[in-house]
Design a protein around this ligand. Structure first.
Ligand code: SF4
Length: 560
């Protein structure tokens, strides 16, 4: 199955000008990020000058600088990013934000030249919430404000990790110590791209970043070109999931090996790893792993004696949920606002600077060395016939045994919750379980017998997403959970299309006001789900409906 298309991308004047100015792309974003980190002033004070330095008009700097959270937020000399995503909300009702602001002397919340606070949606410490990053130092746990205040030492426990399959695939390096780069030297020297493609096709592997598109079909759709590029998407934006952070920090070589095999299969001589800025340690470890890979001959010219040249670079994101969507990610790599684009054209035919571009999630790539080494059929014997293989699931802090587990697809959620997670801590009762991040959905306790698969979850209006499982116990009020969901939607909508831009803000207004939402609310959900440009706007109504269904009478009328 291919996705080739003859449709040209719409003309974009800024993009065309940037193309003529040498494609500053991520260098522009990095320069803007550097400037933002050094001043409490807003982008209007510094973004135009930076854009001019690249030969671009002021708007080319102001656009991304006012879009990405890291660039738009005001930075004091000490800058603290406080997580207010779902696991932190479930742990403390986000009271830690005010406690941290108080500890820093920022009770009004306004940034000061000495110190500033930026709220972010997920730092990947969901197993031990609440969390913040003080500069690049993680502070995690119920005493997070005391850590920031210096009353106790900063603390960030490692991610608890285990395999529940008996023979881990994605976690083979982390759980069993299997070294990375065991497959690539032989594959590139004595194998062929067709053999890698065939193994992945036989495996049935689907993208693990949320969309679930068959990997082999995406590779096959990439138009043959000397400019083809493969992007490892490490912009793990789904609050509740920290699987990609685990892989990039603890087994970066396996991610790179998967990327190298993907490049080989697609005929790409260039790979890019995008790591979200909320993961500074992952960024550093991926960069160090790339340096090591060049030193060991896995990357560079004529790798392992073959006629294959392969270069890989690691770049940092700038803080945006939607920028993890593949067309938005490409827009960010080109130095623009991280907004989704209409498709076609698909990135596989016209992506980064119009080159064929394959975007694969980090967890997807980490499975590929095992698949090539053991064969696609061995992988396809795991999971369900329609959804093969294994998946990392991340259990949030409310579980008695929170952590990241590798399970086979199709494993009943109740078994994951009860046997792996040990149920909720302190014997608390489950209110609802969020599955697959803010665009996934919610399940009630009596619905947990559903298998962990896209097909099964869809029957409840939910989606697999990154397979983060955030338990919300019976303490938060359902209307507060609803407001939290709409607040996320309103804050992270990229604004490129009006159904989502207007609908998400209106949803938050209604969820903040007292009383039932009224008749127009159902129409608004329908318009969002039908007319939004990308999966973000289309999925928000489904998530809200599933929340209303899971809470039943306690959120009557909010399902639309
Ligand atoms: Fe942006 Fe929302 Fe439209 Fe997607 S649906 S393009 S996130 S405004």
């Amino acid at each position: 199955m291919g996705r080739t298309t003859l449709v040209d991308p719409p003309f974009d004047a800024f993009r065309a000008l940037a193309d003529r100015r040498g494609r500053p792309g991520i260098r522009l974003v990095e320069a803007l990020a550097q400037a933002a980190s050094e001043t409490v002033s807003g982008p209007e004070a510094w973004a135009p000058e930076i854009a001019h330095a690249f030969g671009l008009p002021a708007a080319a700097g102001l656009g991304p600088a006012s879009f990405y959270a890291d660039l738009a937020s005001r930075h004091g000399r000490r800058h603290v990013r406080v997580c207010t995503a779902t696991a932190c909300f479930a742990a403390r009702g986000n009271r830690h934000l005010a406690e941290i602001q108080h500890a820093l002397g920022l009770d009004g919340g306004d940034p000061q030249p000495e110190v500033s606070v930026q709220t972010v949606r997920c730092l990947g410490y969901c197993y031990a919430s609440p969390a913040c990053l003080d500069g690049e130092t993680p502070c995690v746990g119920p005493d997070v404000a005391d850590q920031v205040a210096g009353r106790v030492r900063p603390n960030a426990p490692p991610i608890p990790t285990a395999d529940a399959t008996g023979d881990p695939i994605v976690l083979s390096g982390i759980v069993t110590g299997e070294a990375a780069w065991q497959t690539w030297p032989e594959a590139v020297d004595r194998g062929t791209p067709e053999q890698v493609q065939a193994a992945v096709a036989a495996s049935g592997l689907r993208g693990r970043g949320g969309a679930g598109f068959p990997v082999a079909a995406k590779w096959a759709a990439a138009r043959p070109s000397p400019d083809t590029v493969v992007v490892a998407n490490g912009d793990e934006g789904d609050p509740g999931s920290y699987a990609d952070r685990l892989l990039m920090e603890e087994d970066p070589g396996r991610v790179l090996e998967g990327l190298a095999l993907a490049c080989f299969a697609c005929g790409a001589r260039r790979g890019v790893v995008l790591v979200r800025s909320e993961y500074p340690r992952a960024l550093a470890r991926m960069r160090a792993a790339v340096v090591r890979a060049y030193e060991e001959g896995h990357l560079g010219a004529r790798v392992h004696g073959s006629d294959v040249d392969l270069d890989v670079e690691v770049v940092a994101g700038a803080g945006s949920y939607v920028a993890g969507e593949e067309t938005a990610l490409i827009a960010g790599l080109e130095g623009g606002r991280g907004c989704a684009r209409a498709r076609p054209p698909y990135p596989t035919s016209s992506g980064l600077w119009d080159a064929p571009t394959v975007v694969n999630n980090v967890e997807t790539l980490a499975a590929i060395p095992w698949i090539v080494r053991h064969g696609g059929d061995a992988y396809a014997r795991r999971g369900t016939p329609g959804e093969t293989g294994t998946k990392l699931v991340c259990l949030s802090e409310r579980f008695a045994r929170s952590g990241c587990y590798e399970v086979e697809l199709g494993t009943p959620l109740r078994w994951i919750v009860a046997e792996l997670g040990g149920g909720l801590r302190d014997g608390a009762a489950l209110g609802v379980l969020q599955v697959g991040g803010p665009l996934g959905g919610f399940l009630a306790e009596q619905e947990l017998d559903v298998p962990l698969s896209e097909a099964a979850l869809s029957r409840y209006g939910a989606a697999l997403g990154h397979a983060g499982l955030v338990a919300i116990d019976d303490r938060p009020r359902p209307e507060d959970v609803l407001r939290h969901v709409w607040a996320f939607a309103a804050a992270e909508s990229c604004g490129a299309c009006s159904p989502c831009r207007v609908g998400s803000r209106r949803g938050l207004e209604l969820a903040t006001a007292s009383g039932p939402p009224g008749e127009a609310y159902a129409r608004m959900l329908e318009v969002m789900s039908q007319a939004s440009l990308c999966a973000f706007g289309r999925r928000v109504p489904a998530a809200v409906r599933s929340l209303a269904r899971a809470y039943g009478d306690r959120l009557r009328g909010w399902g639309g």
